[in-house]
Design a protein around this ligand. Sequence first.
Ligand code: ATP
Length: 363
Amino acid sequence: MSGINLEHISQHFGEQIALRDVSLTVKEGEFFSLLGPSGCGKSTLLNIIGGFLEPTKGVVYIGDQDVTTLPPYQRKTGMVFQSYALFPHLTVFDNVAYGLKVQKKKKAEIKQKVMESLSLVQLDSFAKRMPHQLSGGQQQRVAIARALAIQPSVLLLDEPLSNLDAKLRKNMQSELRNIQRNVGITTILVTHDQEEALSLSDRIGILGEGRIQQIGTPLEVYRQPNNRFVAEFIGQVNLFEAEYDEASSTYIVPHFTQSNGQPVQLKAEGDKEKRKKHLLMLRPERISISSVREEAQPNHVTGVLADVSYIGHSLRLVVRLDKGEIIVHASDAAFPHLPEVGETVHIHWQPEDIVFLDSKVHT
Ligand code: ATP
């Protein structure tokens, strides 16, 4: 097992710049996800770590070794792709044995390692089957067993679950996490699915515009995104462009006005440093909604329901003000009857739920 260290990686494809000066460290045994929208450079970075692409600039270390120019088979990395890429004419056993045969291991050792890997993914009794006799989830587990059989120091996963349906995907996510914990292998997962990254990872690196926008634990990137890009990419969000008003000690939001024509004024817990920031975030689930106006609340606003969508465990409500809209997520249990579009509602939240962001995206 080894950690990974990337130093100042850039990747140019002709005029196109896919990665700009990316540096990051993945600790030994860590489950690290690279998360970002389509085209942000996730797969490019994974291919650079796996040795399928040599970076235009920068250095890749696996453990203490500079592997920047080494081919994939000399890097001790195991890779699982989105299209499981099993060999259709080989049995499960022979698929998993493939890398070991290339390494010219002895027959007995191959058998032992293949069966150990299949047992890790709970497919020991499927060794003689052909890939087409397996479900999508089972095929994906064979692909994982095949990557693990060569006992790599690092496991690289490129959107390995994106071909699976929602339920199977959830099951495979927890299986993947269990396998990773059991083996204790340093793992990098590429995904554009924020829930997947939040639920599986020790830490997440969010890529946008070819740059790392933030690295942190799931809790840090969700609760304390450091800029607009991260806040908008992970979960839903209300953003307010505001100015601090010394006289009232509140933040005035000119783009949001109430029925009396006055701009919304927010109370937030900010020190002098934070007051220099003009972009404020409020997560929809931090807002409470009620049919009576709660004057005693430090932040309260009245509006009209413009949209109600029922998502099972929660409701997504859009509250329209005179100017501007605020999204609220409320628990299903809070509503015996669904509220109706057109109803007047009152919303409130606490000053500590306002988070200060950088308006600028790292470009
Ligand atoms: P997705 O989630 O859609 O797979 P991604 O974040 O993995 O996207 P990459 O595949 O890393 O994105 O691509 C990053 C950028 O580099 C994209 O704009 C892509 O078009 C470009 N790119 C990737 N590979 C090449 C290539 N071989 N030649 C030219 N441009 C490329």
